[in-house]
Design a protein around this ligand. Structure first.
Ligand SMILES: Cc1cc2nc3c(=O)[nH]c(=O)nc-3n(C[C@H](O)[C@H](O)[C@H](O)COP(=O)(O)O)c2cc1C
Length: 331
């Protein structure tokens, strides 16, 4: 598959948010955000997309962190979170669930054999890249800086998601503390690399996609634009926050997971957020029960800077509208 065949990619969004079926039926490349799924759940999700007529799709996983939190980091982060649990009226648990095993997820992805495997938060070991290649799976890594894009190109990936700082959700670069760059700057720094570039971050309509294509991208990857689709698993409070969002509604935080992420500003982005934060993904485990049980102020309401331009349309209709806008903009 060539990325030039797709004028649009529906971004992977872990947590039951992706809408790969509808995107695929409408001719875009849909993505299954499988970062929080077990191996069995990944197989079931792939079967579900295929049964619904989305033949070509991507599966996306998180490359594991290089190290766990130390005992001291874990204790300090837990102590700093105690007032947050209290304020939210959620009892602090004494057990925090582990995240799914990456090796098991990867094996399930191989078996599911998607058209594309995309990953974020790191580089993929060569043996894993070879296993994908042997099955004809196209490889896509994520970069937030030119040096990361060059490293991925050197690894031999087929496409690079260039994620600008406007993007909703986690910054997908290799360095968990890495600064973001505006998408336009990132594209202009990387357009000579030679590997097809997939632009992401703040793109909400077809004119945005046409603009990044004119700046050297093969295609655009949109996440926030799909969060208000009725098919997306976006919870009601989050949906409402997106509908109410103004142009400055989003901010970044690393207090939710230990990695920088952008969402609708709430308690995680102001003085109520903990200042001692465990490294990713342990902070994610520590805050998970709070985010699940609390009200909207303590949920992670991931969204990009374009949140205020979102449209509450069914996925297939949204894809068609974006494609028309792109063509009208000359691409
Ligand atoms: C709710 C949400 C969840 C996300 N989850 C993932 C994920 O699981 N894997 C990934 O590579 N990127 C993830 N992202 C980032 C997107 O792939 C993409 O880079 C981003 O949505 C682009 O910016 P936009 O939201 O402004 O369109 C997520 C983004 C959002 C908004």
């Amino acid at each position: 598959m060539a990325f030039q065949d797709y004028s649009l990619i529906q971004a992977p969004m872990a947590g039951g948010l992706s809408t790969a079926e509808g995107a695929g039926r409408a001719g875009a490349l849909g993505s299954v955000g499988a970062g929080y799924l077990s191996g069995d759940a990944i197989m079931a999700a792939a079967d579900g997309v295929r049964a619904a007529g989305g033949d070509a799709f991507a599966i996306n996983l998180f490359v594991p962190a290089e190290r766990d939190a130390t005992d001291a980091e874990w204790r300090a982060a837990l102590k700093a979170l105690a007032p947050c649990y209290r304020q939210a009226g959620v009892p602090a648990p004494d057990h925090f669930s582990p995240l799914p095993d990456f090796r098991e997820q990867f094996e399930a992805m191989l078996e599911a054999r998607p058209a594309v495997f995309s990953w974020t938060f790191g580089r993929l070991p060569r043996s894993m890249m070879a296993a994908c290649r042997a099955r004809g799976i196209t490889l896509v890594g994520t970069a937030t800086h030119r040096d990361e894009a060059l490293a991925l190109a050197g690894d031999g990936v087929d496409g690079i998601v260039l994620q600008g700082e406007e993007a909703g959700g986690h910054r997908g670069g290799v360095d968990p503390q890495g600064e973001g760059l505006p998408l336009a700057e990132l594209l202009s720094a990387c357009r000579d690399i030679g590997t097809p570039l997939i632009a992401a971050g703040g793109l909400m309509d077809g004119a945005d996609v046409a603009r990044v294509m004119a700046a050297g991208a093969a295609t655009g990857q949109l996440g926030t634009a799909f969060l208000r689709c009725p098919e997306a698993g976006t919870a009601d409070g989050w949906r409402q926050a997106l509908a109410d969002a103004g142009p400055d509604a989003t901010a970044v935080t690393r207090a939710v997971s230990g990695r920088w992420a952008r969402g609708i500003a709430n308690a995680w982005m102001d003085g109520r957020a903990p200042t001692e934060v465990a490294p990713y993904p342990d902070q994610h485990r520590l805050t998970s029960p709070l985010r699940k049980a609390a009200g909207v102020e303590w949920k992670s309401l991931w969204a990009g800077t374009g949140a205020h331009r979102g449209r509450a349309l069914p996925v297939e209709e949204l894809v068609r509208v974006i494609e028309e806008e792109r063509r009208a903009a000359g691409r």
